[in-house]
Design a protein around this ligand. Sequence first.
Ligand SMILES: Cc1cc2nc3c(=O)[nH]c(=O)nc-3n(C[C@H](O)[C@H](O)[C@H](O)COP(=O)(O)O)c2cc1C
Length: 317
Amino acid sequence: MIKTQFCRLLGIDYPIVQAGMAWLANAELAAAVSGAGGLGVVSPNAGMSLRGDAVKNLRAQIRRVRSLTDKPFGVSLFLTNTEVERLIEVVIEEGVRVVLTGGASPAASMKRFEEHDIRVVHLVGSVRHARGAEACGVDALIAEGLEGGGIRGYEEISTLVLAPQLRAAVEIPVVAAGGIVDARGLVAALALGADGVCMGTRFVATRECVAHQRYKEAIVRAIDTSTVLVRSNHSVFRMLKTEALRQWLKGAESGESLPWEEFASPKRLRAAYLEGDLAEGVAYAGASAGLIGEVMGAGELVGRIAQEADALIARLR
Ligand SMILES: Cc1cc2nc3c(=O)[nH]c(=O)nc-3n(C[C@H](O)[C@H](O)[C@H](O)COP(=O)(O)O)c2cc1C
């Protein structure tokens, strides 16, 4: 498999990143991805109870990954999180080498990351944000295309057009995220000028992910129209059409639904993700869900994508 600049930057074998995913990016998943040569990532509240302590949980997740693999891995930090300062302290104390940052400008935290030789991979949804992040000194960018699951850039730019524009706008490596599940996606991303791919939805439907089996099965059953974009005042989200979301969308047309922020609460997200309650719960998922046909091992998935990408590139020559 081609070793890109991004692989060399982080010391990984394959340019495949497992996305940070609140509640879901657990140590076993991250270790399987990193162990297979990609970049596994843990999220502070992975697998946690609703009233759990994310700071403690993050420390435990980091130590658990280390007990399972000695390969590089990352920690996902949403910079608007009220606990972000304490989470950064844990990252530093535990000697983590890579963070995936998003949600706000990384400027205020860059000095501390630099002092501790931590590589910063920042999530952006537009050229303007990419230029701003590069000027702050981040090491690489993730292009958050509209197809992807979860919070998207409010400019609503698809991966296909965002990745090459970021490539042209900045010098640092750019990783494409959104709509990618397999070797075809990886080769397409490389062809667009990206240095690798970041996948979220595909990694939810793996054996190691802490997600409930019913949510994994809903992803496997999903078709092209199973996800929808929801626009709130400040953000755009791509969600799985669960029963609760369908009802909310119906009510929203006539102004009868709860405000989005109140409706899409941590409790409802956790209920779908970790308890498999797809009636009352809500869940992020990418349009890529329609391309996912089975739950499989995360390490096996990374290996398969790398191997098939090689074969595909050879065929295209
Ligand atoms: C279930 C789920 C939860 C996510 N949670 C987060 C998160 O907590 N922080 C974050 O930066 N991105 C999050 N994302 C977005 C991913 O970082 C990534 O952009 C996206 O998954 C890529 O598109 P894909 O789902 O088509 O692979 C989430 C995505 C999914 C599917």
